[in-house]
Design a protein around this ligand. Structure first.
Ligand SMILES: *Cc1c(COP(=O)(O)O)cnc(C)c1O
Length: 392
């Protein structure tokens, strides 16, 4: 069996009630950082040009090339990128933006930043992405944009959403390395698409983000607003519009460039860990009704970000997480439904029952440890612990 007792440290982790606590806990996520990143940071530090230097544009160009996008703008976080992208497509006061309630809260929050209303539509129970029919039904004459999320790195059905002729802003923060069925990389369709570089993402700069897009005008808009609203040809401290400080430092951009250099390797490692999980959890899926991430279909390619499973309906997800924790396995409820968060309930009057698929999935989902350097033995330990917990 895959990885069941692949390393000495795992000996004895074979499902007894009192095992697990004495072995090293397996973290949820962990970045790959090595000499290339250290060197890149040192170079920037020694250059004494810590921001607005050459690393930012170099990172943007390399990233755009990698995605197959015409332009890219580096920003200080995925959230900042979503905010600027929504502003760039013209979302403003009183507008409606159709989006998924099954996402990290930032995708909806950034709509609220612009005093627009996030209009949620339910998700597809298999891909967990915005259901195109539900999205279509949510469009009104106040809708100014659609914000699909490529959740857990699985490509959202962009061709179906593009038919409405509305502006699209893609939340690709979890989807680096993903590709649509027509072969286009996620982020390469021309709509502003936002990537995030927090430490658990496929590529990290500590904190950071990138917006890819096909329009030079959009890039100009975003580049200006991330830098206090300054136009590229305007003098020091002259500003022709409201702006923010959403810049990415050269230190961070240098880390990003080093990470790009090992991206193929890191993505392949994530896909390998996912394949180990699938194999190690196959029995658990069959015998205990555990739901695994959907396999790639129709030519869509997932960019592996997390390994999220759904416990069967008769199991308590939070109890499962506690039992895994007692066996030295970190796991996290991931993700909670946005419309049921207290801020969204209070501000927009949401209540349970509005989005049944999202609520069902959100109540049963948990993220298992998942990172490129995870060993087959660690995957085996997690699978054994989860199987033990669900069996008992
Ligand atoms: C990570 C993430 C973001 C943005 O994250 P930052 O922490 O702001 O970089 C946005 N949306 C989703 C779905 C994410 O997973």
């Amino acid at each position: 069996m895959t990885g069941a007792s692949a390393s000495g440290a795992d000996a004895g982790a074979s499902a007894g009630p009192d095992v697990g606590v004495e072995v090293d806990p397996i973290p949820l996520a962990q970045p790959v950082i090595g000499e290339a990143e250290e060197q890149a940071v040192l170079e920037v530090l020694r250059s004494k040009q810590l921001s607005l230097g050459s690393r930012g544009p170099a990172f943007e160009q390399a990233f755009a090339k990698r995605i197959g996008a015409t332009h890219a703008s580096a920003v200080s976080s995925g959230t900042a990128g979503l905010h600027l992208a929504l502003r760039a497509v013209g979302v403003s006061d009183g507008d409606e933006v159709v989006t998924s309630p099954f996402s990290f809260v930032a995708s909806a929050n950034t709509i609220v930043y612009e005093r627009a209303r996030p209009v949620f539509a339910d998700i597809d129970p298999v891909t967990l992405n915005l259901d195109p029919q539900a999205a279509a039904a949510a469009i009104t004459d106040r809708t100014s944009a659609i914000l699909p999320v490529h959740i857990f790195g699985y490509p959202a059905d962009l061709p179906a959403l593009e038919r409405h002729g509305l502006a699209l802003v893609e939340d690709a923060c979890e989807a680096l390395g993903a590709a649509h069925s027509d072969g286009i990389s996620v982020g390469g369709r021309g709509h502003p698409a936002v990537f995030g570089f927090y430490a658990n993402k496929q590529l990290t700069t500590g904190e950071g983000g990138m917006v890819t897009m096909g329009s030079a005008e959009t890039k100009q808009h975003i580049d200006s607003e991330r830098n206090q609203g300054r136009a590229p040809d305007m003098g020091w401290l002259d500003h022709d519009r409201l702006g923010f400080n959403y810049r990415l430092s050269d230190v961070a951009a240098a880390i990003g460039l080093a990470q790009l250099g090992r991206l193929d390797e890191m993505l392949a490692a994530r896909a390998r860990v996912a394949a180990w999980y699938r194999e190690a959890l196959a029995d658990c899926e069959r015998e205990h009704g555990l739901q695994l991430p959907c396999p790639d279909t129709g030519g869509n390619v997932r960019g592996w970000f997390v390994f999220v499973v759904q416990v069967p309906r008769d199991r308590d997800r939070d109890e499962t997480i506690r039992a895994l924790g007692a066996r030295g396995v970190s796991a996290k409820a991931y993700l909670p439904a946005i419309h049921l968060m207290s801020f969204y309930r209070e501000r927009f009057g949401h209540r349970p029952g509005e989005f049944p698929v999202t609520e069902d999935i959100a109540s049963r989902s948990l993220a298992l440890p998942f990172f490129p350097e995870m060993s087959q033995g660690q995957v085996g330990r997690v699978a054994q612990a989860l199987t033990y917990v669900l069996r008992n």
